[in-house]
Design a protein around this ligand. Sequence first.
Ligand code: PGA
Length: 249
Amino acid sequence: MRSKIVAGNWKMNKNLAETEALLTELAAKLPDTTAEVMVAPTFVNLATAVNSLESSTINAIAQNMHFAESGAYTGEISADMLQSIGVDTVILGHSERRAYFGETDEILEKKVKTAITKNLRIVFCFGEELADRKSGNHFKVVESQIKNALFSLDKSAWGSIVLAYEPVWAIGTGETASAEQAQEMHAFIRKTITEAYNAEIANNVSILYGGSVKPANAKEIFSKPDVDGGLIGGAALVADDFVAIIKAI
Ligand code: PGA
């Protein structure tokens, strides 16, 4: 079902004490909202986050996951491990994973399939680089990213997918896609899914925008009909900013 979502991706920030402090502040300041609110702390503090959010509606989610069920993959985290601490959602395909850790469409397709098999919900990230946008290839790039990783899924899997369009040139740069650019791409994504599957699946999938969402621009971006919320990086690390973004939805 399509829902409004505000998710905070904490990346490699916040140690244990800082994690606890931010979660306490967020839980205390969380406004009344019908939107789903998620935060993704580092793996080291994920179990702590799940426990400390037990009486809150904020959902602690994972930033990544390996595709194998278990085995000799030093430093990696499995779907079972996430579930065993009470995590039900995982971010996959973040541009930093793609750029710095070699995650290809092929690897991501495997991760997505494992997550679906293990009943995890997925926040699947994708987006073009600056050169793609400058050369007018941004629609083609986005289409191939979602097609390669997601279009072999059964229709039934789409109930577990949330999409996050994050143009790489807007992540952590302070430069945001305009609300019109976000809307244009989100509408294109729905059209692409309609063609590959059907309109019902396309209309039911939540599509988040990510890339320098801040309290000052959130309202305008979220006002667009095909934008169902945001994946927030830097601004999710400051309780008042994240709360202001939640209020904007
Ligand atoms: P940003 O990060 O909000 O700091 O640009 C967004 C993201 O990487 O999800």
